[in-house]
Design a protein around this ligand. Structure first.
Ligand SMILES: NC(=O)C1=CN([C@@H]2O[C@H](COP(=O)(O)OP(=O)(O)OC[C@H]3O[C@@H](n4cnc5c(N)ncnc54)[C@H](O)[C@@H]3O)[C@@H](O)[C@H]2O)C=CC1
Ligand SMILES: CC(C)=CCC[C@@H](C)[C@H]1CC[C@H]2C3=C(CC[C@]12C)[C@@]1(C)CCC(=O)C[C@@H]1CC3
Length: 345
């Protein structure tokens, strides 16, 4: 394992720091004694200990003031994965990330930790205990994944120890926890509309759901172990809870915890997939007249009905990663954090 260096200058910038993961990152970094800048297109919270820089990461002029005197940049900004806006994904995740790299180099930032995604290798087919050596998806399931691949390649390719610029990518999967605007709220909304009665597939497919504090821990370890000649330079690392769970067991535990019924019927994966494809075709045909955001998309069906869990052996070996919150505790903390989503509240 490489040596962990706690940098003398603990000044960092969290790009996307107003988001779900970003806010948890900021809180932990402050606890650990870092001085923290947040760069985001919006200010998501108030905190006197944080310096906010509001701007678009696609603009170097916006970025540069937020990077002065900074040692580490955490880049965890992205448009919401549920969007289908190809142009926006390319602009922010791909060209925007290139701009972030240029700005970091220009400002003399030494380390960049990218929040990538384990989905960069996922094509809608089963992956069991996948390692980081799996090839990138040749047919990514959506524009989000397509541009996360391009983004990760750019960041890892820019690792340049000779010029004192080191990069690493963290690949989490299915992040959940307090204040997540996506996973639990979408699940509850679907249940409220009576559409969470049916399991896709046989209910046995194992998936990684990763508690946000474990994801944060992985990012900070990566920043502290990333140094010249360390194995982390220019590499990607899976960060998971290391406790894969059947997708529908996880969904049921959260729903039951919030007083909703667990799904009890099953439909074959292929049937659900073709129904979702047909639905997205209808949405496309109707798009000039009406905008519809279906819950039931081919991407979600693929995520809900296949095995996709990943090995985090590389992170254990190179940076001593170990989840800090177990899945049981994480589900309990998450359920308790959403009193307003509880049925009957
Ligand atoms: N939520 C999940 O399950 C997973 C998320 N990820 C990655 O984790 C990262 C964080 O995701 P979340 O916190 O869930 O998303 P989020 O949507 O809560 O946060 C993203 C933040 O990026 C900001 N942002 C978007 N475009 C920007 C721009 N042009 N300039 C400046 N800021 C901009 C947004 O305002 C937002 O505050 C993303 O890179 C995502 O791809 C990876 C794996 C799983
Ligand atoms: C079938 C159904 C309606 C399930 C509701 C839960 C889903 C909203 C989530 C289940 C797995 C999640 C997931 C992501 C988003 C939310 C889910 C689809 C990501 C696509 C978020 C961004 C990533 O990088 C990968 C994630 C994989 C898991």
């Amino acid at each position: 394992m490489a040596t962990r260096i706690r940098p003398a200058s603990k000044k960092c910038t969290v790009i996307g720091g107003s988001g779900f993961l970003g806010q948890h990152m900021v809180e932990r970094l402050l606890d650990k004694g870092y001085s923290v800048n947040v760069f985001d297109i919006r200010q998501g919270f108030e905190n006197d200990r944080v310096q906010f820089f509001i701007g678009d990461l696609c603009s170097k002029t916006d970025l540069l003031p937020a990077l002065q005197g900074v040692n580490v940049v955490f880049h965890c900004a992205s448009p919401a994965p549920s969007s289908n806006n190809k142009e926006l994904f390319y602009k922010v995740n791909y060209t925007g990330t290139r701009t972030v790299i240029q700005a970091c180099k220009e400002a003399g930032v030494q380390k960049m930790v990218l929040t990538s995604s384990a989905s960069v290798v996922f094509e809608g087919k089963d992956i069991e205990n996948g390692s980081e050596d799996l090839p990138y998806a040749q047919n990514p399931i959506d524009y989000y994944t397509e541009t996360k691949i391009l983004q990760e390649k750019e960041v890892l390719g820019s690792n340049d120890p000779a010029n004192n610029f080191l990069t690493v990518a963290i690949r989490p999967h299915g992040i959940f926890g307090p204040r997540d605007p996506q996973l639990v709220p979408i699940m509850v909304d679907t249940a409220k509309r009576g559409k969470m009665k049916v399991m896709i597939g046989n209910g046995k497919n194992l998936v990684d759901f990763t508690y946000v504090e474990n994801v944060v821990h992985g990012h900070i370890l990566a920043a502290e172990y990333l140094q010249k000649d360390s194995p982390l330079c220019g590499k990607a690392y899976h960060i998971t809870n290391d406790e894969p769970i059947p997708f529908w067991t996880f969904i049921s535990r959260v729903l039951v915890g919030l007083n909703y019924e667990a799904p009890k019927y099953k439909i074959p994966f292929w049937l659900a997939y073709y129904l979702a494809l047909f639905l997205s075709f209808l949405v496309f045909i109707l798009s000039p007249i009406v905008t519809i955001n279906p819950t039931f998309t081919p991407m979600r069906v693929a995520l809900a009905g296949t095995y996709h869990y990943y090995s985090c052996e590389r992170a254990k070996k190179d940076m001593g990663y170990k989840p800090v919150v177990s899945l049981d505790k994480a589900i309990e903390k998450t359920v308790q954090s959403y009193p307003h989503l509880r049925r009957g509240s």
